[in-house]
Design a protein around this ligand. Structure first.
Ligand code: PLP
Length: 347
């Protein structure tokens, strides 16, 4: 089949899948269904879907999207919500949605089992989003390409500006990706806004592609498509576990981190099932599925074992990330539009 026909067939198929999931959402209440927007890696999203269906008999219609994309979709659908639960992805768009009132308050009976940082996220959002995992931002490099491109061993954010890395750094677009928005907010907090934007403009010269999803640069590094990539350290660890020639770096200047979050959509048609999922997703057993799906974040339930592969937060120079400020609607909109105007459109 030609590439064009392939595209047409794929588009028709996508239309059919959307129509089917729309029908199932419409008849959802009677059959016991749940519509979930999922913000982590596809493998973990699928593992959560299957396990919850098996445990409860509730049929889950799941769509995986990056953090900023889920936010945009939830906002666009606010008058007639299609989804019930938004599980995973960085906390900033969950916080923004909370402030804008498009997600709902809920206090789970499981709150007492959670780490303080997860509860703080819930308190700061006035009960509209809760922390489900945490992980630090960093970068990585393909050791074979680093050797052939003679870039040495990058250790600091500053090293990513070296001329030897021209067109050899990959990172996502912060409008779609929570990972890349975490980078934007991290650099501004470490360097101050003026110097931070100077840094991002200089970095732009070395960027070969702004991807849609935050984990794509980690995969591209593993495949030898880019020498360096900026991503959450746990996403790069997944590549190392799969034996890719990739090294993970915790930047010497310090780095930011995420509180991956979960929210119930305001006006959810399957509200009881959304609460069932919410309570279940906070249990130690459900959170163990992350490591099984090769996602190595730090889980928010105190009884979930921290995967041995997870980057040790205590060994990383973490900044005092201001989640309330950088998750606020005004600040997120302002920084993203400044990045679009001053960085993305540079030649
Ligand atoms: N993958 C994992 C394992 C994550 O923890 C996160 C953030 O929570 C993401 C991906 C973020 O995806 P994106 O940057 O595409 O929004």
């Amino acid at each position: 089949m030609s590439a064009k026909k392939n595209l047409v067939a794929a588009t028709m198929l996508a239309g059919t899948v959307t129509a089917l999931s729309f029908m199932s959402a419409g008849t959802a209440q009677a059959q016991g269904a749940l519509v979930m927007y999922c913000g982590v890696q596809e493998e973990w999203c699928r593992a959560m879907t299957t396990a919850f269906e098996r445990e409860t008999g509730i049929k889950v219609s799941m769509t995986r999207k990056s953090a900023g994309e889920v936010y945009a979709q939830v906002k666009a659908e606010a008058a007639n919500p299609r989804a019930d639960i938004w599980w995973g992805g960085t906390g900033d768009p969950h916080m923004q949605a909370a402030e804008e009132g498009i997600t709902d308050e809920y206090k789970s009976p499981k709150m007492g089992e959670l780490q303080d940082w997860a509860v703080r996220q819930w308190e700061q959002s006035k009960g509209r989003t809760v922390g489900i995992y945490s992980g630090a931002l960093g970068f990585g490099y393909n050791t074979e390409l680093a050797q052939s491109n003679k870039i040495g061993e990058p250790k600091c954010w500053a090293d990513l500006l070296k001329p030897e890395l021209k067109d050899e750094v990959q990172v996502a677009d912060p409008n779609s990706s929570g990972t890349a928005y975490t980078l934007l907010a991290t650099i501004v907090q470490i360097m101050g806004e003026d110097k931070g934007f100077e840094y991002l403009k200089a970095l732009h010269k070395n960027v070969n592609q702004y991807t849609k999803s935050g984990a794509a640069p980690a995969k591209a590094m593993a495949l030898g498509e880019t020498t360096a990539g900026i991503a959450f350290m746990h996403d790069i660890v997944t590549m190392v576990v799969d034996k890719a020639p990739v090294k993970v770096v915790a930047p010497c200047e310090g780095t930011g981190y995420e509180i991956g979050s979960m929210s119930i959509i305001k006006g959810a048609k399957n509200l009881d099932n959304a609460k069932k999922f919410y309570d279940w997703a906070l249990t130690a057993d459900a959170q163990k599925l992350g490591a099984e799906a090769k996602s190595y974040q730090v889980p928010s339930n105190k009884s979930t074992p921290v995967p041995p592969q997870a980057p040790k937060l205590a060994d990383i120079k973490l900044i005092n990330f201001d989640f309330a400020k950088y998750g606020s609607s005004a600040e997120r909109k302002r920084l993203l539009s400044k990045w679009d105007n001053e960085v993305k459109n540079l030649p």
